[in-house]
Design a protein around this ligand. Structure first.
Ligand code: HEC
Length: 187
């Protein structure tokens, strides 16, 4: 065997061995259930936490707890800000709905002329900043709530696929006055 073919053979064996190691590595990692939300980017979440505190916390609470008596309109006829934690309603919205709510306020969901203090953040926050803020809110949720929220997204897992061992939070009792978004009707 020429020196050249020995080198070629050696290289070939090395490539096969490397491919084998890669395949073995894949086999060792168990397939992830579809309802598990893919890992978040910690830098985006950290940026989102800062954006949340400066743009949202004044109404929705530093700990996402919302305003007191948020189910009922105040003396001014306006609804207080709901919580973004498990006791609220935010987790029952798809990603697209959450992005729409933060970008344009409740315009797409509420009847014409509906008054709210929820600002439209279009032009105040970039789409990336809105994404980061929502990513931060989501990062605070327990796995079951995250799984439920992931199931609201097109192409997300079906509710039947969700694990049976998570607690469904008590119903939040939050209702838009009319024209309830589709995602809310099923809960
Ligand atoms: C000035 C007060 C105020 C600020 C600031 C504010 N919100 Fe709101 N937000 C509200 C109110 C009030 C509602 C309820 C809207 C309604 O139904 O009238 C609301 C509703 C929402 C909802 C819908 C929740 C649900 O359960 O359907 C989301 C999501 C939301 N806000 C996100 C944000 C984010 C993210 C920020 C910061 C970037 C923010 N809000 C800043 C007052 C505020």
């Amino acid at each position: 065997m020429s020196r050249r073919s020995v080198i070629a053979l050696g290289a070939g064996i090395a490539v096969l061995a490397a491919a084998g190691l890669v395949l073995a590595g894949f086999a060792l990692v168990p397939a992830r259930p579809r309802w598990v939300v893919p890992g978040d980017d910690p830098r985006e979440i950290a940026a989102g936490a800062v954006l949340y505190q400066s743009n949202c916390a004044s109404c929705h609470g530093a700990h996402l707890e919302g305003q007191p008596d948020w189910h009922e309109p105040g003396p001014d006829g306006l609804l207080p800000a709901p919580p973004h934690d498990a006791t609220g309603h935010t987790w029952q919205h798809s990603d697209a709905e959450l992005t729409e709510l933060v970008t344009h306020s409740v315009a797409s969901f509420a009847p014409a002329g509906y008054r709210t203090t929820m600002p439209a953040f279009e032009g105040k926050l970039s789409p990336a900043e809105i994404h980061a803020t929502i990513a931060y809110i989501k990062s605070t949720w327990a796995p079951g709530i995250r799984a439920y929220q992931a199931a609201q997204n097109p192409g997300g897992p079906s509710l039947a696929e969700l694990p049976g061992d998570w607690q469904f939070p008590p119903t939040c009792g939050y209702h838009f006055p009319t024209k309830v978004p589709a995602a809310d009707r099923k809960s």
